[in-house]
Design a protein around this ligand. Structure first.
Ligand code: SF4
Ligand code: MG
Length: 323
């Protein structure tokens, strides 16, 4: 199959507990039925406002969270119900995560050398000598001076720490990296360096990325195809050009209206669509289309029937009754 990852109706609900007995009184539908496929070597962007479930989606995809239901097929194997032992032998090596705040994910008391050796030791990979070579290779790949090997995380800048985060993710030769807001904490000039590094590494190592971000411009730059999330669901999923230049879903149109679109002749500025109301709570999402309370073109049917997520053009999926 040309797809390295196939996600089918993936859900992740978190129970809401209350009272002395901590009874479950409801659930937060953080991820509520995601379906998409990822081709080997491509970058899928998952974009949406804070609270749309994109981070939970990333963590559920690599089984840091137990899925509530649905299937995750990775390299032909359904990993959604694998036990810890099976996960350790496969997924924990082949899929890695890069986080928003590299500092929080790096142990402050460990040197760069031991941060990079740790995954290899945990997975019992390589001899001592091979590990040393591998570490030199990783430092080289992310553009680090080999003399930095005995330094601690606090001795590095934010951008350097994210390079360490990336090097650590590469230590086990993964096929896929899930990057959750990997540049959001960095200055814009540093963001570009990290994005360029990720693109170079992707070409060199044939990596597949799922790139999670609230930043439409960054997602546009790095992605081949993009999914737009709202309240735990994908509203639209399409090739980057289609999605950014001809968005079909009213929510995507509203998001895109805030971003100037570079065109051949100057910059085309779309009329800004301001959404009414606030983002509803994922503990109590609207009936029917979850976007209907804010959609400028909602009809009666929208508050009653959930729209199907359908492919209306080749590789262009939309969940909306208009189509
Ligand atoms: Fe708007 Fe209705 Fe489409 Fe939902 S289904 S996006 S409410 S038009
Ligand atoms: Mg997030």
């Amino acid at each position: 199959s040309e797809y390295i990852l196939e996600v089918k109706d993936l859900k992740k609900y978190f129970p809401i507990k209350a009272g002395f007995l901590q009874r479950t009184v409801g659930s937060i539908k953080a991820v509520d039925g995601l379906t998409f496929k990822v081709k080997k070597g491509e970058t899928i962007g998952l974009v949406g406002e804070s609270g749309c479930g994109k981070s939970t989606a990333g963590r559920t995809l690599i089984r840091l969270y137990e899925p509530t239901s649905g299937d995750i097929i990775f390299k032909g194997k359904n990993i959604s119900k694998m036990n810890d032992g099976e996960l350790r032998r496969t997924v924990r090596k082949d899929i890695q995560m890069v986080f928003q705040d590299p500092y929080a994910s790096l142990n402050p008391r460990k040197t760069l050398k031991s941060i990079l050796s740790e995954p290899m030791i945990t997975h019992n990979l390589y001899s001592h000598k091979e590990r040393k070579e591998k570490i030199q290779d990783l430092l080289d790949k992310v553009g680090f001076n080999p003399l930095f090997i005995n330094r601690y995380p606090h001795e590095f800048s934010g951008g350097q720490r994210q390079r360490i985060g990336i090097a650590r993710a590469l230590a086990l030769n993964p096929d896929m990296i899930i990057a959750d807001e990997p540049v959001s904490a960095l200055d814009v000039s540093i963001q570009a360096q990290i994005i360029n590094l990720m693109e170079d590494l992707q070409d060199e190592l044939d990596l597949t990325y799922v790139f999670i971000s609230h930043d439409l411009s960054v997602v546009r730059h790095i992605s081949d195809r993009v999914g737009v999330m709202y309240l735990g669901k994908i509203m639209e999923f399409a090739g980057k050009k289609d999605l950014y230049e001809e968005p079909l879903h009213p929510y995507t149109q509203a998001l895109m209206s805030a971003v100037p679109v570079p065109k051949k002749k100057g910059v085309q500025v779309r009329e800004r669509i301001i959404l009414k109301g606030d983002l509803p709570s994922p503990a109590n999402p609207p009936q029917g289309c979850v976007f209907h309370t804010r959609c400028p073109v909602a009809t009666q049917m929208c508050s009653e029937q959930v729209p199907d997520f359908k492919e209306i053009r080749k590789e262009h999926f939309v969940a909306c009754h208009l189509y």
